[in-house]
Design a protein around this ligand. Structure first.
Ligand SMILES: *[C@@H]1O[C@H](CO)[C@@H](O)[C@H](O)[C@H]1NC(C)=O
Ligand SMILES: *[C@@H]1O[C@H](CO)[C@@H](O)[C@H](O)[C@H]1NC(C)=O
Ligand SMILES: *[C@@H]1O[C@H](CO)[C@@H](O)[C@H](O)[C@H]1NC(C)=O
Length: 454
């Protein structure tokens, strides 16, 4: 969607009014995986500049620790996460090796490059040998300690997992980690995450559970849903089901409080012969819904109100990836920076006029206003108070007994109220600004009997 910058005609009493003098393109903060399995990609410096100037992508994850890329993001303000190769894990269990690794891969670029995570390996439990698995948590601890010693405490350590860590996922409430892995690797890792306040990272791909029969369920389209026979919760998309299966498995080990981050998720816009589910429209719709899930605060049936830091896969189509055509077509962008489709992550303004011009497809149809992931509960409570008292919004649905009372969270209530205000005022982008706590989305936030107007 193209969002225009305007100033607001009204004043929220609780706002610092000078904020309103600036523009308010609604922003969807989102991460991407910047894979480089290609021979036709632009140089890293151009990529970093493009992301900063032309998109609202505010965090990037790479699959190595390529110094050219690390340097390219210097000064951009974009958060960067780098990956330790699986093969280096055993040696990094040694504290001195970990200190040297931090000294050579992070320190030279710190703090000009804003590091977010050191990702220790990639799906190690799934792909790694016994030596890598056994040393995974020790390496995470050593790297964390090395960062602490160097006073780089804002950089967190985590490790992305495939959902091969689950023994079962359906029904989600009975899901559990693979026996053995749970005790040997995952419980110690979750304890590490709790202590270091870092998220548990998973790669839940609805795409991999696609079948012709489950198409609507994997693609966030209308379908009868599936009921968890234990909790009675109704699942209308597989993404919620997978996230809740991860949550139940963590909770079973006593770690329901640890945050979940999504390291990879995506859908290809093209596939080989017969792969009719790999279309631009399916990829767009899937990713649009994932972005909304990340930031709206609607959460999942077992995690109402939660937001999920999310990294879409992937930034570019990568022409050298092995396998079938779908593997090479997960990108949001082509190598010339043109957008394969638009999910509301383009900025309208074009500072400096640099670089090639993307061609976003305008999002057709209805739009809703919801709360941004990073909006604080205090700010969202203020939005509710204002909209319900001075904003002319009918707030009965979020009161006890109302259709949108549950989940009883500030985030969910705020989204309902902010959307009602946005719709009532003629749904212009600035009606959804709320001092930069709202954003416009094309994905319908309605759930159950709670209907968001459009
Ligand atoms: C880290 O901070 C402490 C206290 O501010 C200081 O004494 C120490 O020299 C710092 N270490 C490094 C490696 O910068
Ligand atoms: C699940 O929710 C969908 C959408 O609201 C609804 O159409 C469906 O009947 C529900 N299914 C069950 C099993 O309750
Ligand atoms: C709803 O949430 C508020 C704030 O957390 C709490 O005070 C209230 O008791 C909750 N109401 C119900 C019925 O759960």
């Amino acid at each position: 969607m193209e969002l225009s910058a305007r100033t607001s005609p009204y004043h929220l009493p609780f706002l610092i009014s000078t904020l309103f003098l600036f523009h308010f393109a609604a922003v969807t903060p989102i991460g991407v995986n910047y894979g480089t399995f290609a021979d036709n990609l632009p140089p890293p410096a151009q990529v970093a500049q493009f992301l900063k100037d032309r998109t609202t992508i505010d965090r990037v994850k790479i699959f190595d620790a390529n110094p050219d890329i690390i340097r390219a993001f210097s000064g951009t303000g974009i958060l960067l996460s780098i990956t330790v190769p699986n093969g280096d894990i055993p040696s990094l269990a040694d504290p001195r090796t970990a200190r040297r690794w931090v000294g050579s891969h992070i320190q030279p670029f710190y703090p000009q490059t804003k590091f977010q995570y050191i990702l220790v390996g990639s799906e190690v439990l799934h792909w790694g040998d016994q030596n890598m698995k056994a040393n995974l948590v020790p390496a995470m601890r050593s790297l964390h300690n090395a960062l602490t010693r160097a006073n780089m405490t804002t950089i967190k350590v985590t490790s992305p997992h495939s959902l091969g860590i689950l023994e079962s996922s359906d029904p989600p409430s009975l899901a559990r980690f693979r026996p053995g892995w749970d005790r040997d690797f995952l419980a110690p890792m979750l304890l590490f995450h709790r202590r270091t306040k870092s998220p548990f990272m998973v790669n839940p791909y609805p795409y991999f559970s696609w079948t012709p029969k489950t198409e609507a369920f994997t693609l966030f389209r209308p379908n009868p849903g599936t009921r968890d026979r234990v909790t009675g919760k109704n699942y209308t998309n597989v993404y919620d089901l997978l996230l809740d299966a991860v949550f139940s498995s963590m909770k079973r080990l006593g770690f329901g409080d640890v945050k979940i981050a999504v390291g990879e998720v995506g859908w290809p816009s093209r596939g080989g012969p017969g792969m009719t589910h790999c279309t631009v429209e399916n990829a767009r719709w899937h990713n649009l819904n994932v972005v909304r899930k990340a930031g709206s605060g609607v959460g999942t049936p077992l995690m109402p109100g939660r937001t999920f830091e999310t990294y879409l896969f992937a930034l570019f189509n990568e022409n050298l990836k092995p396998g079938s055509d779908d593997e090479r077509n997960f990108g949001l962008f082509r190598p010339d920076f043109s957008a394969v489709y638009d999910i509301g992550i383009m900025r309208e303004s074009q500072p400096g006029g640099s670089g090639a011009k993307p061609t976003p497809v305008p999002a057709a149809g209805k739009q809703w206003c919801v709360a941004k992931a990073e909006a604080t509960d205090a700010a969202l409570r203020a939005n509710i108070n204002w909209a319900c008292t001075n904003g002319g919004v009918d707030c009965r649905p979020i009161q006890e007994g109302g259709a949108c009372f549950k989940p009883n969270t500030t985030r969910s209530h705020a989204a309902y109220v902010m959307n009602s205000y946005y719709q009532a005022k003629g749904h212009q982008d600035f009606n959804c600004d709320f001092s930069k706590t709202g954003f416009v989305t094309a994905a319908d936030p309605s759930y159950g009997t709670c209907k968001y107007s459009a």
